[in-house]
Design a protein around this ligand. Structure first.
Ligand code: ADP
Ligand code: MG
Length: 690
């Protein structure tokens, strides 16, 4: 669906406290206008945008209103771009990177993306990041300083991409922030008298978000209907758009300034053309600068884009601010057409592999340690590195093949030329011998009879031109940067910012292909004998030169062929390495599998142990209860015994006293009997009876 680019401007707080003597910028709702000091608006200088943020606005609010939708759409599979445009010290870096306690759009986007994907439970994600700068029209890798002067390529599967740029697979926001911080160190800063530390390069932070739906099918069972969403998110901090004269630069700085202006000028030009509507959109000069080529999809293509133009409020910057506002108002007219990017699984084999690993990681989560996770991440990054290296080599090989073909074509051209010349010379020889026979040779070579037709220089020249036109196609880009860097000066820039549309196409010249040409000479044939001989000599010399050059080229070709061979060998070696790492990956997958099985066994063992433990503890409880009951019985028995003993004691005491009283009664009784016997003696037989 076609939609307009979202454009906002942001006025930063004044840095110097100089009081304005003439004009000031006023922000009302989504409109910004220039006013005279006493308040009257200056006519014609009033612009409305999607948002106008005044100096009190925080980075959080800018993110919420301007960029959040683009970021969320990127998670859903739409390409997205957010970039900051404006003069040096107007607040681009403050907006994109922020400060320690006020994070900018990049940090907020990264956090938001990871938060959002955590909430999406029915898709799995794979995120890669890269960070590059364009400095003096050269692309450098901010994650790997050794990767510089990188080239832009385009392929069906990957779209427009920077070959050889390091990409890191990341799994959380903190990791990304750390990577960005390490990349920041590599940015180029320079000193100008506008701002002590102003950025002289464009930086592009790029995230590639891949995702795939999780379904109920068993792991590894992919069908051809599976698709992977791939979206690219660019967060761009442009270099200052100020005019060169203001920076007071010279020497190296001047060159930087020119390049920066050139890149931004092409950006301005692309935006002009896009904003002019469909009629004039036939040729958009994206290829005229690295910046516009990289941002091609973001500008008038398949992407959701938001632009923030930062403004310095000080009166001294009023001209630059007007330029920025003009740029912003043109950008507002651009229409993009964003759609979800889906790739069928078959076309994304590597991505499927990566998702397999992701699946494995997910399975292992919760069962085994973080160490495994780290290892998987490392393996995945290694795989990516190999893929990127292979890609780079393939590019180089492709390049080599192309130049090889060109060289072959060149040699064929040369051979044709030699043949032409040889026939010319032999015909020349024939005609000169004929001349000696003829009395009055005719001047006009075209008038010669068929038998004596000498291929004159005109004809040879024509033949050569015909060859050339076959091979000299129009380049599909302007002859930049060399020819353009001479005109990308302050005046042109100034004119453009005043509303003048610099048409770069008018600067395009059909650059003549550099074709081997002969030393200049007067080629009109003079058929007088001496001249003719002299000419013949010349031709012979030229022929020798050409043959010599041909030999040289053949030698060079031989060398290149050898180099090709070496490159092929290197490629094979790399392929072998890649295979080895794939095998390693396979092996580690297997070991993960066996580890998981082992873990399963251990878990089962632990479960059965736990079961028997709970059984025996139940038994123990029963026994303990029984023991307690017995103990209670025993205690009561002991008590009873004690009671009995006490009773026995009492009884024996009572018994003893009874015994004693009986004994005393017995004694008394006995003594009474004794006494009675003594008193009443009885006969013996009676006494015996008794
Ligand atoms: P640029 O990247 O455009 O050259 P900077 O982002 O470096 O500019 O901003 C220049 C100075 O202004 C910095 O010190 C920055 O902290 C400050 N600044 C910029 N914008 C704001 C803002 N909106 N609020 C507070 N300070 C700001
Ligand atoms: Mg900056």
């Amino acid at each position: 669906m076609a939609e307009k680019i979202c454009v906002a401007v942001r006025l930063r707080p004044p840095i110097s406290h100089e009081t304005s003597s003439g004009t000031f910028w006023r922000v009302e709702d989504n409109r910004i206008s220039l006013h005279k000091l006493h308040g009257t608006p200056i006519s014609g200088i009033s612009y409305a945008f999607d948002y106008v943020f005044d100096e009190t606005c925080s980075n959080g609010k800018v993110y919420e209103l301007l960029t959040k939708d683009v970021i969320h759409a990127a998670v859903d599979g739409f390409n997205g771009t957010a970039f900051a445009y404006g003069q040096t010290s107007s607040g681009k870096t403050f907006t994109m990177n922020g400060s320690p306690n006020n994070p900018g759009i990049i940090h907020r986007s990264v956090n938001d993306i990871f938060q959002k994907i955590q909430m999406i439970s029915d898709r799995e994600f794979l995120i890669r990041v890269s960070y590059m700068e364009i400095y003096n029209e050269e692309i450098n890798d901010l994650f790997a300083v050794q990767n510089h002067k990188l080239q832009i390529h385009e392929s069906l599967e990957r779209g427009i991409f920077v070959a050889g740029l390091r990409e890191e697979i990341v799994s959380n926001a903190e990791q990304v922030i750390k990577l960005i911080e390490s990349g920041e160190v590599n940015r180029h800063f320079g000193e100008t008298n506008m701002n002590a530390r102003s950025s002289r390069s464009h930086t592009i932070f790029r995230m590639v978000i891949e995702s795939k739906g999780i379904d109920s099918r068993p792991f590894g069972d992919y069908s051809s209907s599976d698709s992977i969403r791939v979206s690219v998110l660019n967060l761009v901090d442009l270099a200052g758009s100020e005019r060169i004269a203001k920076t007071g630069a010279d020497g190296v700085r001047l060159k930087e300034g020119k390049y920066i202006n050139k890149s931004l000028m092409v950006l301005g030009n692309v935006i002009n053309k896009l904003s002019n509507g469909a009629k004039q959109r036939a040729h958009i000069p994206y290829r005229d600068s690295k910046l516009t080529r990289i941002l091609q999809t973001a500008l008038g293509g398949n992407a959701k884009t938001s632009i923030i133009c930062t403004l310095a409020p000080e009166e001294v910057h009023v001209e630059e601010t007007k330029g920025t506002l003009l740029f912003a108002s043109r950008a507002k007219r651009i229409t993009n057409c964003a759609q979800v990017n889906e790739i069928m699984t078959d076309a994304a084999l590597l991505k499927r592999q990566q998702l397999e690993i992701e699946e494995l990681r997910r399975k292992l989560q919760g069962s085994r340690s973080e160490v495994l996770e780290q290892e998987i991440l490392k393996l995945r990054n290694d795989m990516l590195k190999y893929e990127l290296e292979r890609e780079k080599l393939e590019m180089e090989l492709e390049e080599e093949r192309r130049s090889h073909k060109e060289r072959e074509q060149h040699i064929r051209d040369q051979q044709l030329k030699i043949e032409n010349l040889s026939s010319l010379v032999s015909d020349g020889d024939r005609s000169s011998s004929q001349d000696s026979r003829k009395e009055s040779p005719k001047d006009d070579c075209n008038d010669r009879g068929d038998d004596f037709k000498t291929p004159c220089f005109k004809a040879a020249g024509n033949a050569f031109i015909a060859m050339r036109s076959n091979n000299s196609q129009l380049p599909d880009f302007s002859p930049l940067p060399d020819s353009f860097s001479n005109v990308a000066d302050e005046d042109t820039w100034f004119k453009m910012n005043k509303g003048y549309i610099a048409d770069l196409d008018s600067l395009q010249m059909t650059s003549a292909r550099k074709v081997q040409s002969f030393p200049p000479q007067d080629i009109a044939p003079d058929c007088s004998n001496d001249n003719y001989k002299e000419e013949l000599q010349n031709l012979k010399r030229q022929l020798e030169l050409v043959i010599e050059e041909k030999n040289k080229l053949e030698r060079k070709h031989e060398e290149e062929t050898q180099l090709n061979g070496r490159l092929m060998v290197e490629r094979c070696e790399l392929k072998q390495e890649l295979d080895a790492s794939k095998n390693m990956l396979e092996a580690s997958k297997e070991s993960y599998g066996s580890l998981e099985r082992e873990f399963q066994l251990l878990k089962e063992e632990r479960d059965s142990l736990q079961k028997s433990l709970s059984e025996s503890s139940q038994k123990l409880m029963v026994v303990t209860n029984q023991k307690e009951n017995i103990l209670k019985d025993l205690n009561s028995e002991v008590q009873r015994r004690k009671d009995l003993e006490a009773e026995i004691k009492q009884f024996s005491v009572a018994f003893a006293s009874r015994h004693r009283s009986l004994a005393s009664i017995h004694g008394e009784f006995k003594s009474k009997i004794e006494k009675m016997r003594a008193e009443n003696p009885v006969p013996l037989h009676k006494s015996l009876q008794y």
